[in-house]
Design a protein around this ligand. Structure first.
Ligand code: RNT
Ligand code: ZN
Length: 412
């Protein structure tokens, strides 16, 4: 079937072997926080503000050992190059106040990543903290609150730099804050000006641009902050462009009918690169597990068409607490890989030519025609080449794993 499929793609001038080699090089950053509903390893792991997970599926991982066991299980079923996306709340060693984190707190993660040939990405954790005053952090009117979070982010940069240095894969430090207001603000400029000044202070910390990047993640609104988000898309677009850092697009952070994929080309014309939190918003920023749907495909298509696969940071960001969490991680990660594969198997030169020749009828016809090409055969072959499990194999194995850990986690 693979040989036959290769011939079919050759008719569209697609070299399948070439495609597989390219896919092998695309790192996907697997977020650790799907495995424990964003609880982290500090205190009791309660989400007290800024973020919410919904669902009550049992057997959630608690602590470094359980979480990395689950992660190992998930990684078995995700073919190709991988990184792990960490949050500062996942300190695994000598836990300190978040403000004071250093690479020491993440040594077990560095070791974990090294042993498995993985990269690491990082996110300061600016939610679920008593240091959020009235839900505000870097834009707070209180200087000591701003200073606390500035220090946290500066230290997060140093942790990220260490990741990049020791693991030989460029690392991303992504800053997201929940700051906003429930009802109509009296002052929009003030908090944004304070955010700008806080960020300037954060990025004044020297760091090695060869081993890491910094990104800022915008949002349109959140629950409880429906009327005003300090870190809006316009704010960060301009901030990132003028400071030579990256914008991170979370695909759940825009109006529901806005096409996030459409933003990629514009961003790449004005920035050296960009970053992603790939998520699936169902009517709002609900962080559902990625499905292989049109939205995801469009993002993958743009990354391929814009030649951005080598430079974009592709991280996942969803947390469904209502289903098996290992399976959730696997399903979403495999889906983005499938989307990238399909995008790589698409004859873009031919389609662009049709567009430039105003042949919109044929363009529509061919765009629809290629949807039925045998990409699934190529996907199976890719999994095989990567010594990974096929579509029909992995699920039962995850269920077996669940059976094995069940008792231990019920009785702890
Ligand atoms: C929240 C942002 C943020 C978080 C993670 C846990 O709306 O998407 O990126 O989801 O950092
Ligand atoms: Zn996000």
């Amino acid at each position: 079937m693979f040989e036959q499929a290769k011939k079919i793609y050759a008719k569209y001038k697609i070299d399948v072997n070439n495609v597989l080699e390219r896919l092998k090089k695309v790192p996907i950053s697997i977020h650790c926080w799907q495995l424990d509903d964003v609880s982290g390893f500090e205190d009791d792991g309660k989400l007290t503000g800024g973020i919410q997970a919904t669902g009550n599926y049992p057997y959630k991982a608690i602590g470094f050992k359980e979480l990395t066991n689950d992660l190992d299980e998930a990684l078995k079923y995700i073919p190709g190059k991988k990184k792990i996306n960490l949050h500062a709340s996942y300190q695994a060693n000598n836990i300190v106040d978040r403000r004071d984190i250093t690479p020491l707190q993440f040594e077990p993660w560095i070791k974990y990543a090294k042993e498995r040939g993985l990269g690491l990405d990082f996110n300061p954790t600016i939610f679920s903290s008593p240091m959020l005053k009235d839900g505000l952090s870097l834009s707070s009117p209180e200087k000591d609150v701003r200073d606390y979070w500035i220090k946290h982010c500066q230290n997060a940069i140093k942790v990220t730099e260490e990741f990049g240095k020791t693991l030989g894969q460029k690392s991303l430090c992504n800053i997201w804050i929940p700051d906003g207001l429930k009802d109509t603000p009296a002052d929009r400029m003030g908090p944004r000006k304070r955010l700008l000044e806080s960020l300037d202070e954060i990025i004044s910390v020297p760091y090695d641009h060869n081993v890491m990047d910094i990104s800022v993640e915008s949002k349109v609104f959140g629950i409880g902050v429906e009327s005003y988000t300090v870190g809006s898309n316009e704010f960060y677009l301009n901030y990132a462009a003028t400071r030579n850092i990256l914008c991170l697009l979370d695909t759940g952070h825009f109006h529901p009918t806005e096409n996030v994929a459409d933003k990629i080309s514009s961003l790449l014309l004005f920035n050296k690169s960009l970053a992603f939190h790939v998520s699936r918003p169902v009517r709002w920023d609900s962080d559902h597990v990625l499905r292989l749907n049109d939205d995801l495909q469009d993002v993958a298509n743009e990354l391929v068409k814009c030649n951005a696969l080598d430079k974009a940071y592709i991280g996942l960001d969803y947390f469904d607490a209502s289903i098996n969490r290992v399976a959730a991680l696997v399903i979403g990660a495999r889906n983005i890989l499938k989307a990238i594969l399909i995008a790589l198997l698409t004859p873009w030169d031919y389609l662009k030519e049709l567009q430039d020749n105003y042949d919109h009828t044929k363009l529509l016809a061919i765009q629809e025609e290629i949807k039925t090409l045998p990409w699934a055969v190529i996907w199976d072959e890719y999994c095989k080449q990567m010594n990974c499990y096929s579509e029909s194999e992995w699920f039962e194995l995850v269920m077996q794993y669940e059976k094995n850990i069940k008792e231990m986690r019920e009785n702890r």
